[in-house]
Design a protein around this ligand. Structure first.
Ligand code: SAM
Length: 239
């Protein structure tokens, strides 16, 4: 991977960044994504935000080496703190857990007034982002799922709008597996949720064989709920 050739995962994120956008890439690490966007999608202004020193220095080096320092500002700081209000209209956050991405958005809510699009790629717990969208009036407008190097990734795209629009009557199912992805039912989706289903069935069996404390019973109920939802997802009963 380099600034001309992104991984399939980051290329999928890049696909949803509008041409000519002003973008902040938070947790940018090597800054490959903003550099690629500047070279290929007419980025008018970019911020590569990083909280850790090593990745921050790497981002600075890469941006300088590509001659993109006039377009991309590399900044060190936590989450959206690196953005001044009104500076960007699109934010990308990729390669972290969904709960961390949701907390970055929550802690930086005051920086979102000028932002029209969020392109988010959680490694796990996409549900945390879908819930944050619902609670904060962001509408999930598209989702992607893809497999690369044996790992399955989801990409969630949000714009300000009606947060309930993508969900039908079974919102719990949509929040867990993705309202667009469950409709599409592609092979990667089926692979992910078949594996999750087997995992939860294994956990349930282990709990069945354990001492039945109130905590065990509660956990079993929770897992039964998830198993039911995933079975629905795989038979697409909600469509
Ligand atoms: N976005 C790149 C990608 O998808 O390939 C890099 C992903 S890397 C696994 C996650 C990066 O996020 C790390 O470099 C880490 O230092 C940074 N990070 C984690 N929490 C952060 C935060 N609160 N604010 C800014 N950067 C953060």
């Amino acid at each position: 991977m380099n600034t001309d050739k992104l991984s399939a995962r980051l290329a999928s994120v890049a696909k949803y960044v509008p041409s000519g956008a002003r973008v902040a890439d938070i947790g940018s690490d090597h800054a490959y994504l903003p550099c690629f966007l500047a070279k290929n999608k007419g980025l008018s202004f970019g911020i590569a935000g990083e909280v850790a020193v090593g990745p921050f220095q790497l981002a600075e080096r890469n941006v300088l080496a590509e001659g993109l320092a006039n377009i991309i500002s590399v900044r060190m700081g936590d989450g959206l703190k690196v953005i001044e209000e009104g500076e960007v209209d699109c934010i990308t956050i990729a390669g972290m857990g969904g709960a961390l991405i949701a907390s970055i958005l929550e802690n930086g809510r005051n920086k979102l007034s000028s932002v029209k699009r969020l392109v988010l790629q959680p490694n796990i717990s996409a549900i945390s982002i879908r819930k944050w969208f619902i609670d904060n009036n962001w509408e999930l407008i598209a989702e992607e799922i893809l497999e690369e190097d044996g790992k399955i990734y989801e990409i969630l795209i949000g714009e300000k709008g009606d947060p309930n629009k993508p969900y039908n009557k079974n919102q719990d199912l949509g929040l867990l597996v993705g309202p667009f992805l469950v409709q599409k039912q592609d092979e990667t989706f089926k692979k992910k949720w078949t594996a999750e289903l087997k995992n939860w069935e294994r956990i349930y069996e282990a709990l069945e064989n354990a001492a039945q404390s109130p905590e065990t019973l509660e956990k079993k109920q929770e897992i039964i709920g998830k198993i039911k939802l995933v079975k629905e997802a795989l038979t697409n009963e909600n469509s």
